[in-house]
Design a protein around this ligand. Structure first.
Ligand code: IPM
Ligand code: MN
Length: 361
């Protein structure tokens, strides 16, 4: 008897702290949706993260990237360990994977689910529903720079933002394509968020590229906001936005603002996409490893389950992804008391069960 090739071959990095707990709930939902929608999958677990680093001195062992690359997608719980200095795991794991796997899109839906509280007075789910497309491989994240006369009164430090035509063009084109397909009934609008009035070289390249690519998408409104103004509008008029495309550093900042207006880190999910044929993408809840909640069963798995919905959407199972997203929204809208850890009215695993039950409602 020949074995059936699984339709989806996943790498799972549960990671540190509460990462494995929220990952378990996402995998519970995956098992249920696969059964329901009739597809098969495999999971291969990798123990990368702070604990392995402390035990072995290694973050990603030799060959790890090549192994991960063979999977259709990666699910990442969280990395971050109280005994590991900040920056080490971020650089050695998260950024390393983004760069090595050329995950050049960081996709961050900013969507207020029903029943979820937003700090924005008078705004509801109809007002907060946009997507940020963040370039994910260039800018200040390249690690180009250095010190001169370090630890002296004359010290000089430089950190250089790198932008390439290829790097911004592939991101901008993907964002136009995404905006077209998202097909917002309020009108298709792609807003470039940058700082062309000050970053007159790097963001001039972005702006010119944006204008060039926009000509290929006459059905999409090509809009522009300075990043500081964008921060104001995201709070005052979030309903203005459909899709935002932006640089790596600005995208990092505005997506945390976005996470807060959509109800916080318990809810926000993101994808690091390599959309090229054969590319390996990685999906993660945005909250960190929250070590103080480890093992208590109080952490919110909604962000992790939303990350799973994104994984399905971008790995060839868009209908299943949508069904998971619908089930998440039924759960937040009709069951959960709060999205804050310990205040949900349910344990971590009960929230996973509620989403599973909602798949068929
Ligand atoms: C994110 C994170 C990372 C980033 C950190 C952990 C390096 O904040 O995914 O937004 O800055 O990109
Ligand atoms: Mn960030």
């Amino acid at each position: 008897m020949s074995e059936q090739t699984p339709a989806l071959n996943l790498a799972v990095i549960g990671g540190d702290g509460t990462g494995p707990e929220v990952t378990a709930e996402a995998l519970k939902v995956l098992a249920a949706i696969a059964r329901r929608d009739g597809f098969t999958y495999t999971t291969q677990h990798y123990d990368f993260g702070g604990q392995r680093y402390l035990d072995t001195g290694e973050i990603l062992p030799p060959g790890a990237i090549e192994q991960l690359r063979r999977h259709d997608a990666i699910f990442l719980g969280a990395v971050g360990h109280p005994e590991v200095a900040p920056g080490i795991l971020e650089k050695g794991l998260l950024l390393e994977l983004r760069f090595q796997l050329d995950q050049y899109i960081n996709l961050r839906p900013v969507k207020l689910y029903p029943g979820v509280e937003t700090p924005l007075a008078g705004k509801g789910p109809a007002d907060i529903d946009f997507v940020v497309v963040r370039e994910n491989t260039e800018d200040l994240y390249c690690g180009v720079g250095g010190f001169l006369k370090k630890n002296t009164p004359d010290e000089v430090a430089s950190q250089t933002a790198i932008y390439t035509r290829k790097g911004c063009e592939r991101c901008i084109r993907w964002a136009f394509e995404y905006t077209r397909q998202r097909n917002n009934p309020k009108g298709k609008r792609l807003t470039l968020v940058a700082k062309t009035n000050v970053l007159t070289y790097g963001h001039d390249l972005w702006n010119r590229t944006f204008r060039d690519v926009a000509r290929e998408y006459p059905d999409v409104e090509a809009d522009y906001n300075h990043v500081d103004a964008c921060c104001m509008w995201m709070i005052k008029n979030p309903e203005y936005y459909d899709v935002i495309v932006t640089t790596n550093m600005f995208g990092d900042i505005i997506t945390d603002l976005g996470a807060m207006i959509q109800g916080g880190m318990g809810v926000a999910a993101g994808g690091n996409l390599n959309p090229d044929p054969g590319g390996c993408s990685m999906f993660e809840p945005m909250g960190g490893s929250a070590p103080k909640y480890t093992g208590l069963g109080v952490i919110n798995p909604i962000a992790a389950i939303s990350a799973l919905a994104m994984l399905l959407e971008h790995s060839g199972f868009p209908a299943s992804g949508q069904r998971v997203l619908d089930a998440v929204q039924k759960t937040t809208g009709s069951k959960m008391k709060s999205q804050a850890a310990g205040k949900m009215g349910y344990s971590t695993s009960q929230v996973g069960d509620l989403v599973v039950a909602a798949l068929d409602q």
